[in-house]
Design a protein around this ligand. Structure first.
Ligand SMILES: NC(=O)c1ccc[n+]([C@@H]2O[C@H](COP(=O)([O-])OP(=O)(O)OC[C@H]3O[C@@H](n4cnc5c(N)ncnc54)[C@H](O)[C@@H]3O)[C@@H](O)[C@H]2O)c1
Length: 379
């Protein structure tokens, strides 16, 4: 079967996330990167394409030209799916034009810079019936998939408490320097949107909460910290969340948690047991019970669920990490594009992206209005 023709917008040699997508797309030999716009500067764009071995005939000046030129090609040559890996404010115009022209899309989170834009994309996607993934990367880990599967099978009983923390400290040296903090796009509302910390990482924690429990958050109350008067976007936040019935939780995110690297930690507590998992040690899933010693579940063993086994390439004891997690998301999208059988939730969808945008907006609004409870009912 021919490889899926992938185009990439953003993710140039100067970017953080580009390499993750390139490696992930190659991981199961399903995709070939055939074109893109890796950088707003055309010369850098061409240089980078040569460096990674992409034919420069299909490297374009900007995303509009990519779409206009690709659409003229016959279907069997045309780019089939485009990954959008630019700063946040470009996700919406890029994804919109791609959807309007019938392209499938893999888009980085947060989906857009507003809930309204997200709804517009969702409406377009439903109309055109295209595949749209939003790369909430951490759902690609085998142990996260195992956790979701076992929770849905009732292993933990009724879930009562969700505690998801995402702590980083990288912004400390930036935020405490008045000049440096003006130079970072994640702190610029025109490029990042209305939030920094919650938009960048709190949204991962929120998506994880809904993904693992299979339930929607119904209301939230937030408390955010911006530290300095000239900095308008949040750097830290604590959000109380209520699902339906007696399921409540807390989402904690920070970019000023000194010394923390990428500490996404998940704890799900139910009547019959609990799961704990940490992104920095992703091959260890802890299963807790009242009356038994704690068990450690690891990928590559015969006892893991089918969905976890499908996302594990080597036998137990060979650590898999963030590249493998993203590889599994690309694999899920490949199955959808080629209409192959897949497991439920193999890649986060437009709906996850839309819910993420609603979360960001409500969290910022709750904080602005004096830390009040707000409804999270979706349109
Ligand atoms: N899923 C995750 O875990 C994860 C992790 C990090 C970043 N992200 C998301 O990925 C996106 C990019 O983040 P990053 O940290 O890689 O940013 P970055 O600033 O490191 O890189 C952005 C890239 O986009 C390119 N670019 C900018 N404007 C462009 C344009 N008009 N056309 C084409 N390319 C353009 C830049 O040249 C650069 O290569 C953000 O939305 C971010 O939230 C997701």
């Amino acid at each position: 079967m021919s490889k899926i023709r992938l185009g990439i917008l953003g993710g140039g040699g100067d970017s953080l996330i580009g390499v993750l997508h390139r490696v992930a797309s190659n991981m199961y030999d399903r995709y070939e990167i055939v074109g893109g716009v890796f950088n707003p500067d055309y010369n850098q764009n061409i240089e980078f394409a040569k460096q990674i071995g992409v034919n420069t005939n299909r490297v374009y000046q900007d995303f509009e030209s990519l779409i206009d030129e690709e659409i003229k090609k016959p279907l069997e040559e045309r780019i089939e799916v485009v990954s959008v890996l630019t700063p946040n404010f470009l996700h919406f115009p890029m994804a919109k034009k791609l959807l309007e022209n019938g392209f499938n899309v893999i888009c980085e989170k947060p989906l857009t810079t507003s809930y309204e834009e997200a709804i517009e994309l969702e409406t377009l996607q439903k109309k055109n019936n295209t595949i749209f993934a939003v790369t909430y990367t951490y759902t690609g880990y085998p142990m996260v998939r195992h956790m979701k599967h076992m929770i849905s099978e009732g292993e933990l009983g009724e879930i009562h408490k969700v505690d998801i923390q995402y702590y980083q400290g990288w912004i400390n040296p930036v935020i405490h320097d008045p000049e440096l903090r003006k130079t970072v796009w994640r702190l610029d509302p025109k490029k990042a949107g209305i939030s920094s910390c919650i938009g960048d990482i709190g949204t991962h924690a929120f998506q994880m909460a809904e993904y693992l429990t299979g339930k929607e958050v119904k209301s939230i109350l937030s408390d955010l910290n911006t530290l300095y008067k000239d900095n308008t976007l949040d750097l830290d936040g604590t959000v109380l969340v209520r699902f339906k019935d007696n399921l409540k939780g807390v989402i904690r995110a920070s970019q000023i948690a000194t010394g923390e690297e990428n500490n996404l930690s998940v704890a799900i507590y139910g009547g019959k047991g609990a799961y704990k998992w940490e992104q920095e040690n992703p091959n260890f899933l802890y299963h807790l019970k009242d009356d038994e010693a704690m068990r450690v579940i690891k990928p590559g063993n015969t006892y893991v669920s089918e969905v976890a086994a499908d996302g594990t390439k080597l036998p137990g004891g060979h650590p898999e990490g963030i590249f493998d997690a993203m590889g599994n998301i690309y694999k899920g999208v490949a199955k959808a594009l080629r209409k192959e059988t897949s497991f439920k939730g193999e890649f986060p969808t437009m709906r996850d992206g839309v819910r993420g945008m609603l979360f960001i907006e409500k969290v910022v609004e709750s904080n602005q209005k004096g830390n009040i409870w707000l409804s999270m009912e979706s349109k």
